[in-house]
Design a protein around this ligand. Structure first.
Ligand code: AMP
Ligand code: ZN
Ligand code: FE
Ligand code: FE
Length: 287
């Protein structure tokens, strides 16, 4: 069984509509995916319906924007929640607050870009996010590409939109510990997304991960991810073993938005997938 537990659709910042993503996953030879759009589960029902028609299993997922504070600075951390009850009012209220903060930040980023000599109309960003419940920097990047300011999303991030970059604007996120608690309370399981990607080991320390595991009930680490080096993947598998966590693997596919993340780029062991589903079942979450 080929399983990819981290994918994005146009409901957030992937470029494929949900049914297109599901078909592409089947074409890529996958048997199961998790749809993990940023801060929303709005695409899940449609994904499960489309998957049911072609024999692709779709696990309910969400990638939650969170942070840790180190040295007075907020560092972004992504947390995957699997099997969370969509009816949980506390989790949904938190996700809605994150989505509102995402929307409110866009005009501020557009203002900063104008100050850098790169004017954009707000409507141009909105057009790029037409089908999105969850708007984000990649949509701003797409509007910059459409204007010819940059060649692709990567250049937009590298030059302007990266954390702390000249057009970056911070927004509300919960702490990663709060988000793990909320996922658990919504009867789902929490897995740290790409914990050591993009140099994040500097603040995503073993101590912090151990604390999330022991005191907050973190369930797993996404070890196999294209943003991790081979040695880091092995070290994350070892750390997961040491802490009694599962280690997952996935693509973090965003359609045409990220060229290094094709569907199935990394895979999750079927036994690990089984454990995740069993635990969701045991907690009374929703697959
Ligand atoms: P946002 O949701 O607005 O914080 O933007 C997060 C999205 O931007 C995710 O899809 C990330 O993978 C992507 N992203 C964040 N940093 C970078 C970067 N330096 N280069 C390319 N993509 C990035
Ligand atoms: Zn994304
Ligand atoms: Fe992420
Ligand atoms: Fe992602």
């Amino acid at each position: 069984m080929r399983i990819d537990l981290h994918t994005h659709s146009a409901v957030s910042d992937g470029t494929q509509a949900v049914p297109d993503l599901v078909r592409a996953a089947r074409m890529a030879g996958l048997d199961a995916i998790a749809l993990t759009d940023h801060d929303t589960m709005a695409g899940i029902d449609q994904a499960q319906e489309a998957g049911g028609l072609i024999g692709l299993e779709v696990l309910r997922g969400v990638e939650i924007s969170t942070h840790v504070e180190t040295g007075g600075r907020h560092r972004p951390v992504h947390l995957l929640g699997y099997g969370c009850s969509p009816a949980d009012p506390v989790l949904e209220a938190m996700l809605a607050k994150v989505r509102t903060a995402r929307r409110e930040r866009v005009p501020l980023m557009v203002e900063k870009l104008a100050g850098l000599g790169l004017p954009l109309e707000l409507a141009e960003v909105q057009a790029q996010a037409a089908r999105a419940t969850s708007i984000g920097r990649p949509h701003v990047a797409d509007a910059m590409v459409a204007r010819g300011y940059v060649a692709d999303r990567d250049e937009a991030f590298r030059t302007y939109l990266h954390d702390g970059g000249p057009a970056y604007v911070e927004r509300y996120t919960p702490t990663v510990a709060e988000a793990v608690d909320l996922v658990n309370q919504a009867r789902g399981v929490a897995v740290l997304a790409h914990p050591w990607g993009r140099g994040n080991e500097a603040f995503m320390t073993r101590e912090l991960i151990a604390d999330l595991a022991r005191r907050h009930g973190l369930f797993g680490l996404e070890a196999d991810h294209v943003d991790h080096s081979e040695p880091d993947r092995r070290r994350l598998h070892a750390l997961a073993d040491e802490l009694g966590l599962v280690a997952t693997g996935s693509s973090d596919h965003h359609g045409a938005g990220k060229t290094k993340n094709p569907l199935g780029a990394c895979l999750t062991d079927p036994a690990v997938y089984g454990k995740i589903k069993e635990e969701i079942d045991r907690r009374g979450g929703q697959l």
